[in-house]
Design a protein around this ligand. Structure first.
Ligand code: ATP
Ligand code: MG
Length: 749
């Protein structure tokens, strides 16, 4: 039981005191997730608890997978029987088993935000409301907010407070839209993401026998990142553990960053009230980061008024100062960050995967991506538009979904006329209206289409129905992969994409192939019990941005929003775009509470770093299509200046800046803080405008290179013998030079 020896005292307490309610509230990097992991291993190994009786809820499915792998190292393959995953994925599984109790089919479809917004859009149109007032996004957020507070549409319509609120916001029909939206989802056999939690609460409230069954099943319940649970999630866990009371939650109030989605710090405070004999454990020693980073983080979070007092400290080394990178523009910021990664890699023998670039909003990735690409540094974007949100993938998925659930309205809309079969939008609207007016299911309308549509359109629908029936037969008689392949072909999607010979067309075709590969992988995976296409689709529907990195093991720099970075750690972290209005975000800033949430977000960002932290900002940036001057973020000033070093480096593109008056004024302002400027010798060589060093790990004799000072040359000889790789280069203007590759900036031609 070596793992127990690696724990400090309070951590040990958290692991071995398995009975009764426990709350671990502790700072970033203090081992909360580690304690949860070992606690589960301990329960299985030492207490002989059956993994089937343990439920552990994590922030992402990926985090669950990592936790499971660690536990497997201690207890073996038994760990695979644990109930582990996000709230959404675990309760989707339970809802699937109990769907009939709620009047849903067990193969219910899960609508993603896009499906939901499409449906809202149709409803707004059908009600003849103004879609500039009832924007799908706004309506969706309102409905989502209600569901996360467990307010049903009935209650919404009943409660005069909501009505008054909506009326004062000039949106008096919101309640009615909520009602119709809920009814349509139900009719379509579909649940949206919020329904997965909302309906679990309904299930446990209205069916005590079901609640009892799961109370008996889960002897131990655990929740990581507890600070970001909403009331709906809190009630589910509370109910599940009501009998045995073996509930353990871990979290950090200073890292609560999802209030905008209904997460409620109050859950931490309520927990103490709900469980009078609660064991509270504090972890204060940080194992992740250097003293500099821990102390800088403390200096930031100390500015928040609303917080539980904690004294986070570390025994780790002091480490280097936080580096502040100033750039004139967002593109230059990208270059500074990419060059810094390049240098850090060379000087400290780091891998791409040791680096993360974190930003406030997804759109900031563009400048970073461009700079990394130019320097041949491999990267991956976590989150953003995921594979499964691409049009071609959603199209094929809609066929698969509809072949399983013939009442799925959103899927029908996507596929009934794609590829084109002469069924126009008006016909589709008529079908849907008919189903609602006559209280028939969509499928019944489709099967009696001649009563609703004129000849030609009706014939096209009849062919479509026959096609779907064939697909259904394929699904029932073949394995998921064969069925999905037949549907991809039979639907005409493959042919349609194959006919498009453009680069984009080709990549769409490959993406569809990739989806089929994913089905095959799923079918071949011995860990998956249910190999049906329905089970596959359910799993896919629950993939979140973070889970969606397919090439996980590859050596890549990670780019992600700070919200996605929760719980993760990297050797070097770059927090970019530290400008007023961007971070803290202007959109979020209307009160002190909002500002404090932004500050917690900054705290989360900087506490991801293990050894070195970089902060950067640009003095100008394109936002919403306009070039804007920016001011450095107040968060930079809030860090104790003892921990910060202002970088003396310029971007490698500096020679170009001389020709640009606009940026020059910024640069001259910056020069006051720099000691020297790179001197460019007078030679026939002129540095190219976009000079960017390449990754020289593959440099070989015979290659042509460019150096910012010496110009063009040819590599004569490589010396790989010592720790420091060197290259002997014969430069056209300067003759032979031996360069230390960890310092020299060379562009390979
Ligand atoms: P966050 O708040 O960011 O989620 P956390 O509190 O969950 O952080 P962990 O991720 O569990 O912290 O731990 C942070 C790092 O410290 C991990 O690399 C972990 O392995 C290491 N660590 C934690 N406790 C110990 C310990 N007692 N000895 C050695 N390393 C430890
Ligand atoms: Mg954690």
């Amino acid at each position: 039981m070596d793992y127990l020896k690696s724990l400090n005292e309070p951590q040990y307490e958290g692991v071995v005191n398995t009975e009764g309610p426990t709350m671990i509230i502790a700072g970033a990097g203090s081992g909360k997730t580690r304690v949860l992991t070992f606690r589960i291993a301990y329960l299985i190994e030492k207490k002989g608890v059956d993994p089937f009786n343990i439920l552990s809820l994590t922030f992402t499915n990926k985090a669950a997978k990592e936790m499971r792998n660690r536990i497997e190292k201690v207890v073996g393959t038994e760990a695979r029987n644990l109930w582990m995953g996000t709230f959404h994925s675990v309760f989707a599984r339970i809802l699937r088993a109990e769907a009939d109790k709620l009047g849903y089919p067990s193969n219910f479809t899960i609508y993603d935000a896009d499906d939901s917004k499409q449906l809202i859009k149709s409803i707004v149109k059908e009600l003849n409301l103004d879609d500039k007032i009832y924007k799908p996004n706004v309506v969706f957020n309102r409905i989502s907010g209600a569901k996360n507070r467990l307010i049903s549409w009935k209650e919404y319509l009943r409660n005069p407070v909501f009505k008054a609120d909506d009326e004062s916001n000039m949106k008096p029909e919101l309640g009615r839209i909520y009602k119709i939206y809920s009814e349509r989802c139900f009719k379509a056999g579909a649940m949206d993401f919020d329904d997965l939690l909302f309906n679990t609460n309904v299930l446990f409230k209205d069916h005590l026998d079901v609640l009892n069954k799961y109370q008996q099943r889960f002897h131990y319940v655990m929740v990581d990142e507890f600070q970001d649970t909403n009331i709906s999630q809190y009630l589910i866990t509370k109910k599940l553990s009501a009998v045995r009371q073996n509930i353990c939650v871990v979290g950090d109030d200073a890292q609560s960053i999802y209030a905008f989605r209904g997460a409620d710090i109050q859950n931490i405070l309520n927990f103490e009230k709900d469980y009078p004999d609660l064991r509270v454990i504090k972890l204060e020693q940080n194992y992740r980061s250097t003293k500099t980073i821990v102390n800088a983080a403390n200096s930031i979070i100390g500015k928040n008024r609303a917080q539980l007092k904690k004294n986070v400290w570390t025994d780790n080394e002091d480490g280097t100062l936080i580096e502040l990178l100033k750039a004139t523009s967002d593109n230059e910021e990208g270059k500074l960050v990419a060059s810094s990664i390049f240098e850090e890699k060379m000087q400290n023998q780091l891998k791409n995967s040791d680096f993360a670039i974190l930003y406030r909003t997804n759109s900031q990735s563009r400048a970073m991506e461009e700079a990394l690409r130019r320097m041949n540094i491999k990267y991956k974007i976590v989150g953003g538009l995921s594979f499964y949100q691409r049009k071609e993938i959603k199209d094929l998925m809609a066929y698969l979904r509809f072949a399983i659930n013939h009442n799925d309205e959103q899927s029908l809309r996507r596929i009934i006329n794609y590829p084109k079969r002469g069924i126009g939008d008006t016909s589709v609207d008529k079908i849907i209206v008919a189903a609602n007016d006559h209280d028939m299911s969509l499928w019944d309308v489709l099967n009696n289409i001649s009563s609703f549509l004129p000849g030609r359109a009706a014939n096209a629908v009849i062919d479509f129905v026959a096609l779907i029936k064939r697909f259904k037969y394929d699904i029932e008689s073949k394995d998921a992969y064969e069925a999905a392949s037949l549907i991809a072909k039979g639907s005409g999607i493959m042919k349609e994409l194959y006919a498009d010979k453009t680069v984009e067309g080709l990549s769409r075709y490959e993406n569809v192939q990739e989806l089929l590969n994913a089905v095959k992988e799923y079918v071949d995976d011995p860990e998956k019990e249910d190999k049906s296409l329905g089970a596959f689709l359910q799993e896919i529907a629950l993939i979140t941005g973070v889970d969606n990195d397919k090439d996980d093991d590859e050596e890549k720099v990670t780019l992600m929003t700070i919200h996605m970075a929760k719980g993760l750690e990297f050797k070097n972290v770059y927090v970019v775009g530290l400008e007023e209005d961007l971070f803290p975000s202007q959109m979020m800033l209307s009160s002190r509470a909002d500002l404090e949430e932004e500050r917690r977000l900054f705290y989360v960002a900087i506490t991801r770093a293990e050894r070195k932290l970089f902060l950067s900002y640009a003095l100008s940036r394109y936002r919403f299509g306009r070039l804007k001057n920016c001011e450095p973020s107040r968060f930079i000033d809030e860090i104790d200046p003892d921990f910060i070093k202002v970088s003396k480096k310029f971007s490698k593109s500096e020679p170009v800046i001389d020709t640009n008056n606009y940026t020059k004024s910024f640069v001259s302002g910056m020069r006051k803080t720099t000691s020297s400027q790179p001197v460019v010798k007078k030679t026939s060589y002129k540095p190219s405008a976009d000079f960017e060093p390449s990754d020289t790990s593959g440099l070989q004799a015979g290659m042509k290179v460019e150096h910012p000072k010496f110009g063009y040359g040819m590599v004569m000889e490589m010396d790989d013998s010592g720790a420091n790789r060197k290259a002997k280069v014969n430069f056209d203007d300067f003759g032979e030079k031996t360069l230390l590759l960890s310092f020299a900036k060379l562009k390979i031609h």
